[in-house]
Design a protein around this ligand. Structure first.
Ligand code: NAP
Length: 324
């Protein structure tokens, strides 16, 4: 019997060898391709200015969720390139403050639109009216709502949470695109940047809805780019890992955790160079690791990390008492 198994394995040995060679070649080619792409995106592009010149696309850029974090950084960076900025966010007071700062620092015009995207389909008629006549060449669909690290059915106020997160993370970008895209197509130029997330790449247990909304943003962007590339429009899917903002409780910055200014400076230099991007050099390297790992393993690793995070949060909530 053992001889039979031995001789069968012996006969299969050439197959194992071929499978091994194919796997090693696949990983080697993938790493080589990603390394070349990394050099193009994060070294050559900023040096040779291979990216799109956003100033040539129109007079205005519109940014959703722009009073803090990544959105505010996009608004400032685009203003620094000479674009007027339409600022869309929910707090009038913060909008006025950011508008004043941008006008003073960059000598451009701003327009504020107060909107709570969680309110759903009813908010877009007013946005459309307010934006009518503005030549918008750049749209940054940045607004996003995070979620707590929790099992789906145990999420607090689940019914309302589902409505809010879909309205903010999915509906806003899709409706804003509907509003600005036709005029871009007419002029045959424009850029739409959709802020997805690295958690849209790997189905993420304990962040299931957030991760799924970000996968939507990624798929929507890539599909739209396919449709409109030939019409002069670039649609970019931006997939950050951690950036230090209010959403991440202003976590300590490091090589892998940039602040929003550092992140956006690099991300903006990838427009037109990479249509699906992690936007920042160290995030691209993290992305490469997850690209090489099989999806089931990435899912397992991320889920296991998030289980630890959830346990820590519960322990803290319980005032240090042991939780399960
Ligand atoms: N930070 C990260 O590590 C990270 C990683 C991956 C992806 N992202 C994505 O990047 C985007 C920006 O995140 P962030 O970290 O910069 O967030 P943030 O610091 O929390 O800023 C969010 C901005 O959106 C506004 N906003 C929130 N809910 C809104 C609503 N319902 N209607 C209108 N405006 C609203 C906020 O205004 P208020 O001041 O009124 O709240 C604020 O200006 C999100 O789509 C997020 O999912 C972030």
């Amino acid at each position: 019997m053992s001889l039979d198994i031995g001789s069968s394995l012996g006969r299969l040995q050439p197959l194992f060898t071929i499978a091994g060679l194919v796997s090693v070649s696949y990983v080697t080619l993938k790493v080589a391709f990603c390394t070349l792409n990394f050099v193009k995106v994060f070294v050559l592009s900023p040096l040779l200015k291979l990216h799109v010149d956003v100033k040539k696309l129109g007079q205005w850029a519109a940014v959703t969720g722009c009073t803090d974090g990544i959105g505010k950084a996009y608004a400032e960076e685009l203003a620094s390139k000479g674009l007027n900025i339409v600022l869309l966010s929910r707090s009038q007071e913060k909008l006025e403050r950011v508008a004043k700062e941008i006008e003073a620092n960059y000598n451009v015009q701003t327009k504020i639109i107060v909107v709570d995207f969680a309110q759903g389909p009813g908010v877009y008629e007013n946005i459309e009216k307010e934006m009518a006549g503005l030549e918008v060449g750049v749209l940054v669909n940045n607004v996003g709502m995070a979620s707590v690290v929790e099992y789906f059915a145990e999420t607090a106020d689940l019914e309302q949470y589902i409505t809010n997160i879909i309205n903010v993370n999915i509906l806003a970008a899709t409706q804003m695109t509907r509003i600005v895209l036709p005029a871009m197509v007419e002029k045959r130029k424009g850029v739409i940047m959709n802020i997805s997330s690295a958690s849209g790449k790997v189905p993420t247990g304990l962040l299931s809805v957030y991760s799924a909304t970000k996968a939507y943003m990624d798929f929507f962007s890539r599909a739209l780019h396919t449709e409109y590339e030939s019409k002069g429009i670039t649609v970019q899917s931006v997939m950050p890992y951690f950036v230090s903002t209010n959403m991440t409780r202003n976590m300590r910055t490091s090589i892998t955790v940039p602040n929003s200014k550092q992140y956006v400076k690099q991300a903006l230099a990838t427009v037109g160079v990479e249509n699906r991007t992690h936007g920042y050099y160290s995030h691209a390297l993290q992305g490469l690791i997850f690209d090489i790992l099989p999806t089931w393993l990435s899912m397992k690793l991320v889920f296991s990390e998030l289980k630890k995070t959830r346990a820590r949060v519960l322990k803290k909530k319980a005032g240090g008492k042991k939780t399960h």
